[in-house]
Structures are given as structure tokens and as C-alpha cells.
Design a protein around this ligand. Structure first.
Ligand code: CUA
Length: 155
């Protein structure tokens, strides 16, 4: 089979770029240890509503003055849908899902997770200014996806 010279250049270029991108991803994952937040804590997705602390999702104050917030993301809402947290305290968000993959993104922050059935994901954040922050599901999860949101009120 004859491949034209220019065609061969483009094939070489395309495959070369693919290898460069794969190497970049591998470098970020292994050398820089950049990973998505996930995979450390497992949960039975069929028993989320009976598994503490997700049987009573919501905000907990820790002895050191910081907070933990437990959320269940399910079609098509967050439980709880609203929490109120103080300015300047570290809040660690924990999220899981009993049904399908959802997103957990707090607008204007770096809290950006997936809620994956079978796993608990977590991220911490310190809110430095008061206000109402929108919590949105940013993974398409079904016909009510666009209605899946909540609020983080920071006072
Ligand atoms: Cu839940 Cu989109």
C-alpha cells in the first residue's frame, strides 16, 4: 500500500502528539501525584440511608472548631439542600451517591468532586467571605439534572 509522503508526515505528527499528551497525563498522575479525590473510603450504595453518618446527612462541629459536612447526592437533589457555615472555619465536605454518578461543585470555590456510588469523596475548604454559594450537580445524571442544586450559606 502506498502512503503519500505528506500523509505519512501527518500520521507521524498525530501519533506523536497523542504520545506527548499521554506522557503528560502519566507525568501529572505519577510524578506530580495529581489525582482526582476519590477511592479512599468505600460505602455500600444500597445502604447509604442506613450507614452513619450518611443516615443523618448535614453539618457537624468538630472539637477543634472546624466542621464536617455530609451530603448525599441522589436523583435529583442534595441532602441536605442547604447548610449554614461560619466564615473562616475549615469545612470538610463528604459526598456519596446511592444511585448514579452526580457532581458536587460549589461555585466560586475549588470544591469540585464527583459523587460516585460505592465511594465517599471529600474536599476541604475555608470560606473567607460571607455570602450564598451555589452547590450544583455538574455531571449529567438524568432528566432532572438541571434542577439538582443546593446552597451553602456562609455567615
Ligand atoms: Cu445529579 Cu446531575
Amino acid at each position: 500500500m502506498h502512503i503519500h509522503k505528506y500523509e505519512r508526515w501527518w500520521l507521524t505528527f498525530g501519533i506523536g502528539m497523542l504520545l506527548v499528551f499521554l506522557a503528560t497525563i502519566a507525568f501529572a498522575a505519577f510524578a506530580d501525584n495529581i489525582n482526582p479525590p476519590s477511592g479512599l473510603q468505600a460505602i455500600d450504595p444500597t445502604k447509604v440511608s442506613k450507614t452513619p453518618p450518611f443516615d443523618h446527612p448535614g453539618l457537624r462541629r468538630l472539637p477543634d472548631g472546624n466542621y464536617e459536612a455530609y451530603f448525599v447526592a441522589e436523583v435529583f437533589s442534595f441532602q441536605p439542600s442547604t447548610i449554614t457555615v461560619p466564615v473562616g472555619r475549615k469545612v470538610t465536605f463528604y459526598v456519596t451517591s446511592p444511585d448514579v454518578v452526580h457532581g458536587f461543585y460549589i461555585a466560586k470555590t475549588d470544591v469540585n468532586m464527583m459523587a460516585v456510588p460505592g465511594w465517599v469523596n471529600s474536599e476541604s475548604h475555608v470560606f473567607s467571605s460571607p455570602g450564598t454559594y451555589l452547590l450544583i450537580c455538574h455531571e449529567y445524571c438524568g432528566i432532572g439534572h438541571q434542577n439538582m442544586f443546593g446552597k451553602i450559606v456562609v455567615k
